[in-house]
Design a protein around this ligand. Structure first.
Ligand code: GLN
Length: 197
């Protein structure tokens, strides 16, 4: 199994480390590659879009063929996970902030996302969440977005306050928080298991 982490910007290395640790836990003899070039994602069995700045990541992946390669492997049913800014990019619809900045979205997850949903006062925080299929996890939010609406084919995996903060539509997984920033690898394991389901 070979997993790509989109490496144009953001917390790339943390995802590489977490994915490798999750592979080890599951006994998968796999490889994880961070990439900022075209031609890598299309050869992988899954892809992770990390957190960072959604406007920047969007500009860079649509400038190269990385965006179309993500869409291609998503169409093939391979797992795609976006965390924080990555969730914004996976979404079908954005809020005014996303529209104002002309951020191009991959539109793989039938949700509307709100950028910086938790406001300035609560830029970053950690809370326990119930994640469907996993159980209790500690979730780290950093200037996080949140899902305000979800289509009927979207499975809600976790909520916080009035928002959906983890959701799945078939092989597409979007999280408002950062599972790569704790030592718990269960969310990455969940993502890897989506490959065989
Ligand atoms: N606030 C960032 C954005 O809107 C996302 C923050 C993050 O990925 N940690 O792009």
């Amino acid at each position: 199994m070979k997993i790509a982490v989109v490496g144009v910007q953001g917390d790339v290395e943390e995802h590489v480390i977490a994915t490798k640790a999750a592979m080890k836990k599951l006994g998968i003899d796999g490889e994880v590659v961070a990439t900022r070039k075209s031609g890598v994602v299309s050869k992988c069995d899954g892809v992770i879009i990390p957190g960072g700045e959604s406007t920047t990541i969007s500009r860079l992946i649509f400038r190269d063929s990385i965006a179309s390669e993500i869409l291609e492997i998503a169409r093939e049913g391979k797992p795609v996970m976006g965390t924080c800014a990555g969730l914004i990019l996976l979404s079908k619809y954005g809020d005014e902030q996303v529209e104002k900045t002309d951020t191009k979205l991959l539109k793989l997850l039938d949700v509307r996302v709100k950028r910086n949903a938790f406001g300035r006062q609560r830029e970053s925080f950690q809370v326990p969440l119930h994640f469907k299929g996993i159980g209790e996890i500690e979730a780290v939010f950093i200037r996080a977005p949140a899902i305000t609406e979800a289509g009927k084919d979207v499975e809600v995996l976790a909520t916080f306050e009035d928002y959906i903060v983890a959701a799945r539509q078939d092989n597409i997984l979007g999280l408002a928080f950062h599972p790569e920033l704790t030592n718990d690898t269960r969310v990455h394991e969940y993502f890897l298991r989506m490959y065989s389901i």
